[in-house]
Design a protein around this ligand. Structure first.
Ligand SMILES: Nc1ncnc2c1ncn2[C@@H]1O[C@H](COP(=O)(O)OP(=O)(O)O)[C@@H](O)[C@H]1O
Ligand SMILES: [Mg+2]
Length: 236
C-alpha cells in the first residue's frame, strides 16, 4: 500500500480493572488508506471503541505505534494530540452528542468557534454542509425538535465541516431504524466521494456491511479477519 493514512503497528491496550490487567487489544497491525470507507465489526466488548479512541488520539496505547501520515501519535504531547484531533479528525457518536441549547446552525458552527475562527469567515462553509446533508429546513431548530436521523445528519455535518482527513463514527446507526440507517449510510458514502476524507465505523449492524469497501473483524481484542469488497462505491 502506498502512503497509508493510518498505520497501526503492534498496538496493545491494557486496562487495569479491579487490580488486574485486562488486555482489550492484542498486537493490532493495520494499514488504512486515504479515502477508505470501512468498518470495525464485532460483538460488544470486542475492542471497537477502544481502537477508534486510539486512532482518534482520545486515548493512548499501552504499546505499539500509531502513525497518521508521517506523524507518530506517541511522539505528541497531550496538547499536540488535541491539535491533531481538531485539525484532522471528525467524530460521530452513536448518541449524536449535540449541544441541546444551540440550534442546528450553531451546532455545526461550533468546531470553528473552538478553533477561534470568526463566524463571518466560515458562514458559507457551514451553510454549504447544511445544504449537503439536507437540513436547510431545520437550520433554526434545536436538537430536541429533530428526529434521530436528522440529529445524526447534524453530527455528520459537524464532523465534516472542517474537511478532516478522517471521520471516526462509533456505531453511527445503532439508534436508528432501518430506513434512517440506510439514508445515513448513503449520505456518508456520498460525502466520502465528495470530500477527501476516510470514514471508519465501528458497528455490529449488518446493514452497515453492505456499504463498506473493507471490513475488519474484531473478537476479544484480536483482528480475526480483514475483507475487502469490490463494486461498492468508487475506490480511488
Ligand atoms: N476505560 C476502561 N476501563 C476498563 N476496561 C475497559 C475500558 N474501556 C473498555 N474496557 C474494556 O475493554 C473491552 C473492549 O471494550 P470496547 O472497546 O468498548 O468494546 P466495543 O466497542 O467493541 O463494545 C471490554 O471488555 C471493555 O469492558
Ligand atoms: Mg463500543
Amino acid at each position: 500500500m502506498k502512503n497509508p493514512l493510518i498505520q497501526l503497528n503492534g498496538i496493545t491496550k491494557v486496562f487495569r480493572v479491579g487490580g488486574e490487567d485486562f488486555s482489550a487489544l492484542h498486537e493490532i497491525n493495520l494499514s488504512i488508506e486515504p479515502k477508505s470507507f470501512m468498518s470495525f465489526v464485532g460483538p460488544s466488548g470486542s475492542g471497537k471503541t477502544t481502537l477508534l479512541n486510539l486512532i482518534g488520539g482520545l486515548d493512548t496505547p499501552t504499546s505499539g505505534e500509531i502513525k497518521f501520515g508521517d506523524e507518530s501519535l506517541g511522539d505528541m504531547s497531550p496538547d499536540q494530540r488535541a491539535l491533531y484531533r481538531r485539525e484532522n479528525i471528525g467524530f460521530i457518536f452513536q448518541s449524536y452528542n449535540l449541544l441541546p441549547v444551540y440550534n442546528i446552525y450553531e451546532n455545526i458552527l461550533f468546531p470553528f468557534l473552538l478553533a477561534n475562527l470568526k463566524e463571518s469567515a466560515v458562514r458559507d462553509r457551514v451553510m454549504s454542509i447544511i445544504e449537503q446533508v439536507g437540513l436547510m429546513p431545520q437550520i433554526n431548530k434545536r436538537p430536541s425538535e429533530l428526529s434521530g436521523g436528522q440529529c445524526q445528519r447534524v453530527a455528520i455535518a459537524r464532523a465534516l465541516v472542517k474537511e478532516p482527513r478522517l471521520v471516526l463514527a462509533d456505531e453511527p446507526t445503532a439508534n436508528l431504524d432501518k430506513e434512517n440507517s440506510y439514508q445515513i449510510l448513503e449520505l456518508m458514502l456520498d460525502l466520502n466521494k465528495k470530500f477527501d476524507a476516510a470514514f471508519i465505523f465501528s458497528t455490529h449492524d449488518e446493514k452497515v456491511t453492505k456499504f463498506v469497501r473493507r471490513e475488519v473483524g474484531l473478537e476479544d481484542g484480536y483482528v480475526r479477519w480483514d475483507k475487502r469488497r469490490n463494486g461498492v462505491g468508487d475506490f480511488e
